[in-house]
Design a protein around this ligand. Structure first.
Ligand SMILES: Nc1ncnc2c1ncn2[C@@H]1O[C@H](COP(=O)(O)OP(=O)(O)OP(=O)(O)O)[C@@H](O)[C@H]1O
Length: 230
């Protein structure tokens, strides 16, 4: 998917949370957005998903101005969002969570649905359990699988490693790397090592402004740490 933002501004009253934020995701790559707490990452994601209308600038989706598109329209255009709170349906089973997403996107029973589930073997084991009974790491895998069964062209992830045990972080990293080339990924992450292993390019936000951008290979860990260390 061709996806980018142009000169995004967002104000909360007189406070400015985003200032002239512009970037593009190279199709099939993973772009990591890094920044300290309060840098504007959540505000940016809300603008990308249509949960907030930016006070200035544009969200460009496949060459169209999607700034005013509803979250639903963005989802239909192929953008899947895995929020930090994961927002799975706690009262539905694992299977029902996944099947509902697949039905809503016309991918139920497709090879794509099977492939998305097979990334996370624990989900088959837990298929009939309610979502609310899963551990945090299992819920994260469910949220990712639920996003992937919709066959997105852009996957937006809000801190997918937060509070997750290392072996599951490693699995999530493997899955994301295997998707590259087929799906564009926007990763908001505070866990620097995971971002370095996963991303092709970085955008660093500080106080609502992009203070650094670069290709993954061209930025040293020290340089990245300088921007995001608390
Ligand atoms: N609803 C709001 N009303 C007023 N100010 C807000 C609101 N939401 C966020 N802000 C402010 O906007 C700035 C950016 O916040 P934002 O939550 O986007 O940052 P963040 O990088 O996601 O931080 P965190 O990692 O802590 O969630 C902060 O200064 C915050 O206090």
């Amino acid at each position: 998917m061709q996806f980018g933002v142009e000169a995004l501004d967002q104000h909360y009253g007189s406070a400015q949370a985003l200032r002239q934020v512009s970037f593009e995701i190279t199709p099939g790559e993973c772009l990591a957005v890094l920044g300290r707490n309060g840098a504007g990452k959540t505000t940016l994601l809300k603008c990308l998903m249509g949960l907030l209308t930016p006070t200035g600038g544009r969200v460009m989706i496949d060459g169209a101005d999607g700034t005013s598109w509803s979250p639903n329209r963005r989802s239909r255009a192929g953008i899947a969002y895995v929020p930090q709170g994961r927002e799975i349906f706690a009262e539905l089973t694992v299977g029902e969570n996944i099947e509902a997403a697949a039905r809503a996107h016309g991918t139920y029973g497709s090879p794509a649905m099977e492939e998305a589930i097979s990334n996370f073997p624990v989900l088959r084991e837990m298929w009939k359990r309610s979502g609310g009974a899963l551990s945090g790491g299992q819920q994260q895998q469910l949220a990712l699988a639920r996003a992937l069964v919709t066959q997105p062209r852009l996957l937006i992830l809000d801190e997918p490693t937060e509070g997750i045990q290392p072996n599951i972080v490693a699995l999530i990293g493997e899955v994301l790397r295997s998707l590259k080339g087929r799906i564009s990924i926007l990763l908001v992450e505070q866990y620097l090592d995971f971002a370095i292993e996963t991303a092709d390019a970085f955008v660093i936000l500080s106080r609502g402004t992009i203070v650094e951008t670069g290709r993954a290979g061209a930025m040293s860990r020290e340089n990245l740490t300088r921007f995001i260390a608390v």
